[in-house]
Design a protein around this ligand. Structure first.
Ligand SMILES: NC(=O)C1=CN([C@@H]2O[C@H](COP(=O)(O)OP(=O)(O)OC[C@H]3O[C@@H](n4cnc5c(N)ncnc54)[C@H](O)[C@@H]3O)[C@@H](O)[C@H]2O)C=CC1
Ligand SMILES: N[C@@H](CC=O)C(=O)O
Ligand code: NA
Length: 435
């Protein structure tokens, strides 16, 4: 006798929700063959019942309230595709787990804030809380860290985790388009968050990084302990200067074990143009994982967009469809939520690396020498210092440092600012030579 279909309720019918419904219909035969049972959407919830989404919703029961859908006896699995770290997404996921439903979510903001609490409920009730779509879209990085790398000791995990930012930086560099133009296009293509500030100011990357950190290092999720800088201050002049020096600018999320704790940082980063990560273009994401047994593993693929994200959601649903009642599921974040170690933060000031510093200065005698002196005072060794500009009053000075500390660079830039020689805000971009 064929197993009963897995009945799913989907809340959120935007870019991802509509793609999931479309793909489940298109792939239903193949999925049933693979899972031994059908995966059948039976009910949906969204804000606007009458909006034309290009899909037929007539066969599904409609719920105005996603929390009511989450707890409905008519579903086995609740799929949360609303977004947001609080509000209806949180209430609905919690209600689903408390009502004994498995959950699939693409919501990294939610997991970053409430992941451990929700994992405790899921684990106490023997339920699956699956979230492959939440980090790096279609790339199976959650499964890789949680399952395939069991036993490995991770020393560093880093990558390009936001499709919108990588799309913007790629098109600005390749086609000379404006930041705003590229952002609008990323929104049109369904890559950006409902509030794109989350993308361009780095919050989305931080949410994803915090989840990877927990999986990689077995610690609690701590999104508030991430050094954060977005890409909104990156100018065409920075992109051009980087290219002239043999670098490309990417928004990276980096988590690494250091002597004083775990360093988590998100910021625009200059990577060598010849590096693999520099070849990751457009909406593509990449995640590098360094471990004792494996060396470096690099995963890359589509990080945003309806179909790529639906692929991860459907993979999670298939895992639930294949699981059997009574089977003890693995922990949500790789080890039981109650046993995750407290997060121990490494100080950003102790971070060591190379730095690109762009200064706009008044063209006065001695300016160049005074900048070089401030660098020397802070024991910063320079790889290069170059002055550009045809303007009679203003010049651009570009410095590239050898490995130094964040503290030394902050002190030097602060002193240069106090010297009163700058005509504009200084620009500092970290360099990751080993990316
Ligand atoms: N768009 C993408 O490429 C990716 C998105 N995600 C995540 O997937 C989730 C959904 O993203 P998108 O589909 O892009 O968002 P969207 O903004 O296109 O769709 C959100 C949907 O949620 C519905 N909604 C909002 N408030 C609601 C409420 N109170 N009750 C019921 N429905 C409500 C809206 O009506 C809309 O249908 C978010 O958590 C996002 O971060 C994850 C990976 C990629
Ligand atoms: N807004 C996000 C969507 C996927 O997580 C991105 O651009 O990467
Ligand atoms: Na993923």
């Amino acid at each position: 006798m064929a197993a009963a279909p897995l009945r799913i309720g989907i809340a959120g019918l935007g870019t991802v929700g509509t793609s999931v419904i479309r793909m489940l219909a298109e792939k239903s035969t193949e999925l049933e063959r693979q899972c031994g049972r059908a995966i059948t959407p039976v009910a949906v919830s969204a804000r606007n019942r009458n909006r034309d989404r290009g899909i037929d919703l007539s066969g599904f029961e409609w719920f105005d309230d996603p929390v009511e859908l989450a707890a409905s006896p008519k579903i086995d699995v609740f799929v949360e595709l609303i977004g947001g770290d609080n509000g209806p997404a949180f209430s609905a996921v919690k209600a689903a787990l408390e009502a004994g439903k498995h959950v699939v979510t693409a919501n990294k903001a939610l997991l970053s804030r409430h992941g451990v609490e929700l994992a405790e409920i899921a684990e106490a009730n023997g339920l699956l809380l699956n979230y492959e779509a939440a980090v790096a879209g279609g790339i199976p990085v959650i499964k890789t860290l949680r399952e395939a790398l069991a036993g490995n000791t991770v020393s560093r995990v880093y990558g390009i985790l936001n499709g919108t930012c990588n799309y913007i930086l790629t098109r600005m560099e390749a086609e000379g388009l404006s930041f705003q133009e590229c952002l609008r296009e990323a929104q049109r293509l369904g890559y950006a968050e409902a509030d794109p500030t989350f993308d361009i100011e780095g919050h989305d990357t931080a949410h994803k990084l915090s989840i990877l950190t927990s999986l990689a290092f077995g610690c609690e999720i701590s999104a508030d302990d991430i050094y954060l800088e977005g890409i909104s201050n990156i100018t065409p002049a920075d992109i051009k200067a980087a290219a002239n020096l043999g670098y490309r600018i990417k928004l990276l999320g980096v988590a690494q074990r250091t002597e004083s704790g775990i360093e988590q940082r998100v910021h625009p980063t200059m990577v060598p143009t010849s590096s693999v990560i520099a070849q990751v273009h457009g909406v593509t994401n990449a995640v590098a994982i360094e471990t004792d047994m494996l060396g470096e593993l690099l995963l890359s693929g589509p990080g945003a967009g309806g179909n790529a994200t639906a692929s991860a959601v459907i993979g999670d649903l298939a895992d639930i469809a294949k699981s059997r009642p009574g089977f003890q599921h693995g922990p949500v974040f790789g080890r039981p939520a109650k046993e995750l170690a407290p997060y121990q933060r490494a100080r950003m000031r102790a971070h060591e690396g190379g730095y690109f510093i762009r200064l706009t200065v008044h063209d006065r005698l001695g300016v160049f020498a005074s900048i070089a002196k401030r660098m020397a005072d802070n024991e910063i060794s320079l790889e290069s210092i170059v002055q550009h500009g045809d303007d009679v009053d203003l010049k651009t000075v570009i410095l590239v440092t050898h490995e130094t500390t964040e503290l030394a660079v902050r002190n030097a830039v602060e002193q240069i600012t106090q010297d009163g020689i700058l005509a504009d805000k200084p620009q500092v971009i970290r360099i990751e030579r080993a990316a």
